[in-house]
Ligand binder design. Structure first.
Ligand SMILES: [Zn+2]
Length: 276
């Protein structure tokens, strides 16, 4: 959490609020722990006077292009949030950084404080960074094909659920959508990755795209505290078929949804529809 659809929802909302074109005039650090390759002084020198030129995502990573070929990446991790609000709004106890742009400010809040900010002085530095260069293909990338998945699944004995969470293969799938995708494909979350067929791989891609698109159209899923703006939450949780639904009847066969742990992650599935 947040996964591809929730990150997309933040970005869509920030664009709607006219973040792009705004110039950073001041930075307030309430908790600079979020800065991973800078400190308050170097971060301020880096960003003050620059404009937000574009905002996009690579999987779960938010990528902000700034003027002068600079880049700022923000990873929300568990509970990070990025809001564009009136500068007069007082920071709350979860606010970590405020980037002031005249009458508005871009604020980063995170009650778990696991989020990360990285700064890059050029597009080249950004693309070649460890953070970015290892990220796999995004759900809607045309290079994401059944053959690509089959190659990446080859020789892997680990559970397919664990592999779907591997951001170096498909970027943007997290715990919620991995469960939903496997249910849609009738694949058991514990199945060995290498046992998947080319057809299974194609089914995963199709389900992934359909579910991500649906989730984006509902502004993402709110399971713990996701909100894409103060007091705005996503509603896709109403459409989840298995995730968080333990002991409730399967929407297809009425069997009770089971919760197990796969590689430390709570995993929900239908023991009948996803028998193998
Ligand atoms: Zn079922």
């Amino acid at each position: 959490m947040p996964e591809f659809p929730e990150v997309r929802t933040f970005i869509n909302h920030l664009k709607k609020q006219h973040l792009l074109g705004q110039e950073v005039t001041k930075v307030n650090f309430i908790d600079p722990k979020v800065l991973k390759n800078s400190n308050p002084k170097t971060f301020s020198n880096f960003i003050i006077g620059e404009k937000f030129e574009d905002i996009d995502q690579i999987g779960k990573l938010i990528v902000i292009s700034l003027s002068n070929d600079k880049y700022l990446t923000i990873h929300l991790r568990m509970e990070g949030k990025l809001f564009f609000v009136d500068s007069s709004l007082k920071p709350d106890k979860f606010t970590m950084v405020e980037m002031i742009c005249g009458k508005k400010k871009l604020i980063y809040l995170d009650f778990r404080k696991f989020g990360t900010f990285y700064i890059y002085k050029s597009k080249k530095e950004f693309l070649e960074s460890d953070e970015v260069s290892k990220i796999g293909l995004q759900p809607f990338d045309h290079k994401l094909t059944a053959s690509y998945l089959l190659d990446n699944f080859d020789g892997k004995s680990q559970a397919i659920k664990t592999t779907l969470l591997d951001q170096t293969i498909i970027a943007g799938i997290g715990n919620i959508y991995a469960d939903e995708i496997l249910f849609a494909c009738k694949i058991n979350p514990l199945r060995k990755t290498k046992s998947l067929t080319k057809q299974d791989c194609q089914n995963i891609i199709n389900a992934c795209r359909r579910i991500m698109k649906d989730a984006i159209s509902h502004s993402g899923t709110t399971v713990s505290s996701f909100a894409f703006a103060p007091s705005h939450a996503g509603s896709y949780q109403k459409y989840l078929k298995v995730h968080t639904r333990s002991n409730q009847p399967c929407t297809v066969c009425k069997t009770k949804i089971k919760k197990i742990t796969v590689n430390g992650r709570g995993t929900y599935y239908c023991p009948r529809c996803q028998a193998k």
